[in-house]
Design a protein around this ligand. Sequence first.
Ligand SMILES: *Cc1c(COP(=O)(O)O)cnc(C)c1O
Length: 360
Amino acid sequence: MGPIVTPGIESLRPYEAGKPLEELARELGITDAVKLASNENPYGPSPRALEAARAALSEVHRYPDAAAHRLRHRLAEHHGISADEIVHGNGSNELIELLVRTFTTAAHHLVYAAPSFVVYQSAALVHGVSATAVPLRDETHDLDAMLAAIRPETRLVFVANPNNPTGTHVGREALGRFLRAVPESVIVAVDEAYVEFADAPDFSNALELRSLRENLVVLRTFSKAYALAGLRVGYAVAPRRIVDYLGRVRAPFNVSLVAQAAAVAALGDREHLERSVAATCAERARLAERLTALGVAVTPSQANFIYFDVDRDARVVYERLLALGVIVRAFAPLPTKLRLTVGTPRENERALAALAEVLG
Ligand SMILES: *Cc1c(COP(=O)(O)O)cnc(C)c1O
């Protein structure tokens, strides 16, 4: 039988998510494991978000608001922009895919960094769009090289800032220069999934740089700092023209009624957000110090995870940590690197003790 899919889909492997706790319990009988693999927020969402989600359950015989009117207006108020500059998504994952689907064809090309978020690559493969993965330089986006990789047929460039899995960032000046230099015909998508955790003095979120170029899309999510990963809600801030096209391609009921309600309520609880971000940033600093003391090379992080080099087979370290009930993240193309999500102090202690044991 001949091929029934495109070569891009043929070459894809299913997304390898962080190992679920249940799977570890099933496979190794470990029931008290800590999962520090998916950059989730261990402090959980605002109680107000949970209450709103519970209240919304009584309405689930109805379809959600296809236009997510309340959520988009609340976000518009939050950012001081207009609601018609916002598109809601089933997590920012959906928006990444939607950007590729809406603005590219097989005749086009896109650019992203490597290593970075794998969904840029998988979206390109699924849609048969050629892509250039530009290697990081000093674990950071090499914006000059990304600019040089842009061709006449390039339609989209993804910049994760801070980057996943490295936690590194590009500063205000470099990003500003890049946004001005990229040709007008290209959409620059700055993926800010971890923006709430970025506190470097030279960090600037891309919403502050929107005046520098027309075709700029800023991706945000409720999955990380807002701790609503399980509900799947994210959004894009973009010029009206781009929002309009995305709105034509988007599935009408892409964000559930429960998720919309929870996200609106979460936005109203600044204090909860600030508390868990502050706790995470404090633990991030402590973890980095302790990991360094264990002799591993830590990459300074602006996100809620730490990327480090164990200078030996990371897969072996990963498996031994699993056996000790600590789930971290390893990456096939990065044979000596691991990524550890910043957990609660107790979870971090458990990870540190396991790492100390494994690394000898
Ligand atoms: C976690 C993450 C996202 C968010 O994905 P959601 O679909 O919103 O849960 C987006 N981009 C990057 C780089 C991420 O690490």
